[in-house]
Design a protein around this ligand. Structure first.
Ligand SMILES: *Cc1c(COP(=O)(O)O)cnc(C)c1O
Length: 390
């Protein structure tokens, strides 16, 4: 069909990524800094290509999970602040200064350690203080944050550059998000030194943006999923942004075969054919990132038509029902996530494209879009589309 295809691959549309960043920025007050969250290989989209494009497109800063990701990012471009979101282990500390990174701190122990590190190297260690307003993960509990803030401000070898918190339920519980936001604002009110610190104050992940008030003291956002084209929550701002999906995920038909009714399909016989069926065996499985939870639940697009997955997804192969698509043939592209053109004879309601979104795919897999992206394995080549015109 298409000479540039593999057995299984992900296509990454960098121009769509750039447009998404532009749309998100345009929807936010202009003073808000854009911190692009690119942990876990840019949510499986590929760190170097994604980050380079985000740098060219106006991202102000980056956030990653750990110092190793930060080191990789630093190779791509200098000058951009890099916030390490996860805890830094004692043996990883030296990387902070070597790559000029910003650490997240939330305990007195970390503050002591980094102050000592800065003293030893005669260079202040850059940090953001993380506050727990109800996520229950990293962060100093908000009612106890003030003394730690003062301890950091007093530390000679630490440069405090920001204060932030993280929402646990921005995509599902607006009331709880509001409570977290209020707790954070109450703490900020109690930090009179804040005004002369010129700090980055941030709380919002993608879903949080919807309730970000323009007159609030927040001056940065941390955007992950939304820039990759997925609104994890239906809200007025998120609906207005209309991000475009950046990644699509495809395999091919290896063989097409016919089996009589009653034959069990794949490991453990979880599906038995209810009619004489035409099956297509795809060249991808859970070894590529199609979760086994997609077994008997997901559909894939072939020639613009939805074809259901039958039986267990196996490591390298997945079986789909193409009985209603007699023209399906070896080599055809099977799209797990993404769009395909609908052939004229199958068009209904004037639709020219059929699409499976990552949200829909994740729903079939009892999973979340973030984890679906992170599950696309190293075996899957990423192909980059770079042109600006659609
Ligand atoms: C991953 C992460 C984000 C980005 O979240 P999205 O929902 O993908 O926008 C923001 N902040 C922190 C602390 C994170 O770990």
């Amino acid at each position: 069909m298409n000479g540039s295809t593999h057995r299984c691959w992900a296509e990454i549309d960098l121009a769509a990524l750039e447009r998404n960043l532009g749309k998100i920025r345009a929807a936010l007050p202009s003073h808000i800094r854009y911190v692009a969250v690119v942990k876990a290989d840019a949510y499986g989209h590929g760190m170097p290509q994604t980050v380079a494009r985000l740098m060219q497109s106006g991202a102000d800063a980056f956030a990653v999970a750990n110092v190793y990701e930060a080191a990789e990012l630093r190779e791509i471009g200098s000058g951009w602040p890099i916030l390490v979101l996860g805890a830094v282990l004692p043996e990883e500390e030296a990387h902070l200064l070597h790559y000029d990174l910003v650490a997240t701190v939330s305990t007195a122990e970390e503050v002591e350690r980094l102050d000592k590190l800065g003293r030893k190297h005669k260079r202040p260690v850059r940090v953001h203080l993380k506050v727990d307003t109800g996520m229950g993960r990293l962060g100093i509990w908000h009612t106890e944050a003030r003394p730690l803030f003062e301890r950091i401000v007093a530390a000679k070898n630490i440069a405090l550059e920001g204060v932030f918190t993280h929402f646990s339920s921005a995509d599902s519980d607006p009331d709880y998000t509001l409570l977290q936001r209020r707790r954070f604002l109450q703490l900020l009110d109690k930090l009179p030194e804040l005004a002369d610190q010129r700090l980055l104050i941030h709380a919002d992940n993608s879903a949080g943006l919807d309730t970000l008030a323009p007159d609030s003291p927040f001056n940065a956002v941390r955007v992950g999923l939304l820039q990759f084209g997925h609104a994890p929550y239906r809200g007025s701002l998120l609906d207005r942004i209309k991000p475009e999906p950046v990644l699509s995920f495809h395999a091919r038909i290896g063989i097409v075969k016919e089996l009589p009714s009653g034959v069990p399909i794949s490991y453990s016989q979880t599906h038995k054919l209810r009619r004489r069926s035409q099956l297509a065996v795809l060249t991808a499985g859970y070894g590529d990132g199609i979760p086994t939870t997609a077994s008997n639940r997901a559909s894939v697009l072939i020639r613009g038509r939805r074809c259901p997955v039958l039986g267990r997804v196996t490591m390298d192969q997945t079986i789909v029902d193409v009985t209603d698509l007699p023209e399906a043939a070896p080599g055809d592209i099977a799209t797990m996530i993404g769009a395909q053109a609908v052939t004229i004879e199958h068009q209904k309601d004037g639709e020219t494209h059929e699409r499976i979104t990552v949200e829909e795919f994740a729903y079939w897999c009892d999973n979340i879009p973030w984890e679906i992206f992170c599950s696309i394995t190293k075996r899957v080549p990423r192909q980059y589309k770079t042109t600006r015109d659609q």
